[in-house]
Design a protein around this ligand. Structure first.
Ligand SMILES: *Cc1c(COP(=O)(O)O)cnc(C)c1O
Length: 223
């Protein structure tokens, strides 16, 4: 077994364990392998190991990879800050956008050409620079996404703060998810959990895990 395969197997086992501890079905969980800064050769290796969902956080890199790998039937997840100017292009190759956090991005994504699945990113910190909508803007953003042609709201996404127990932070996110569902009952998904906190995220109801280095190994320097 390659080192990559060993890491993938270990993460899959830990996911199964966390799901069983939380009394949840593994089938409810989608594992997205975040491959930012890694070469397409690594994505092909992961494909051979059965991975179908991949996450990227920059449009330039993501679109190049999507093009180079157009022979594979991959699901691309956009997990990074979305720039308004790039939003339209991103919709062309992604299956899910995890990072809708402001109205300008919603407006840029409006389209009559089919629907793209998306998450509203919620900021669990007090630092606006970390991305995500804050508490006061949540309901309005939910309404705007629901009304936007070409978008389908799947749920909420967040990154755990550095200075809080991940489990406590994800419990707060679960509360945010309930608020969103009271307006958009179908928006039941929760995108949460990274290499160091996916077990805690699963315990608090995450459905979409975004796992990078625990599977890929350390990231090369950004290119
Ligand atoms: C890079 C990234 C991840 C994966 O991070 P790891 O710590 O390597 O698992 C998840 N979510 C987002 C938004 C990211 O940018």
């Amino acid at each position: 077994m390659s080192e990559l395969e060993k890491r993938l197997v270990a993460v899959r086992e830990r996911i199964a364990e966390a799901a069983s501890l939380a009394d949840r079905e593994k089938a409810e969980l989608t594992t997205i392998v975040v491959t930012k800064f890694h070469p397409v050769s690594l994505i092909r290796e992961l494909w051979d190991l059965g991975v179908r969902d991949f996450g990227e956080n920059r449009h330039q890199e993501a679109s190049t990879k999507a093009e180079e790998l157009s022979d594979l039937n991959l699901n691309w997840h956009f997990v990074g800050q979305l720039q308004r100017r790039k939003a339209r292009q991103v919709r062309k190759y992604v299956s899910m956008i995890h990072s809708i956090d402001r109205d300008a991005v919603v407006r840029a994504l409006v389209s009559g050409e089919g629907r793209v699945d998306c998450f509203i990113q919620y900021n669990l910190t007090d630092d606006p620079a970390r991305g995500g909508i804050d508490d006061s803007g949540l309901e309005l953003l939910v309404e705007n996404v629901c009304e936007a042609e070409g978008l389908r709201l799947c749920g909420v996404m967040a990154v755990a703060p550095l200075d809080e127990e991940p489990r406590a932070a994800f419990a707060r996110l679960r509360g945010i998810s309930e608020r969103v569902r009271s307006l958009a009952p179908d928006a039941t998904a929760i995108s949460a959990g990274m290499s160091h906190d996916y077990a805690e995220a699963i315990a608090e109801g995450a459905t979409h895990l975004r796992i990078g280095s625990a599977i890929t190994g350390n990231r090369p320097e950004p290119g």
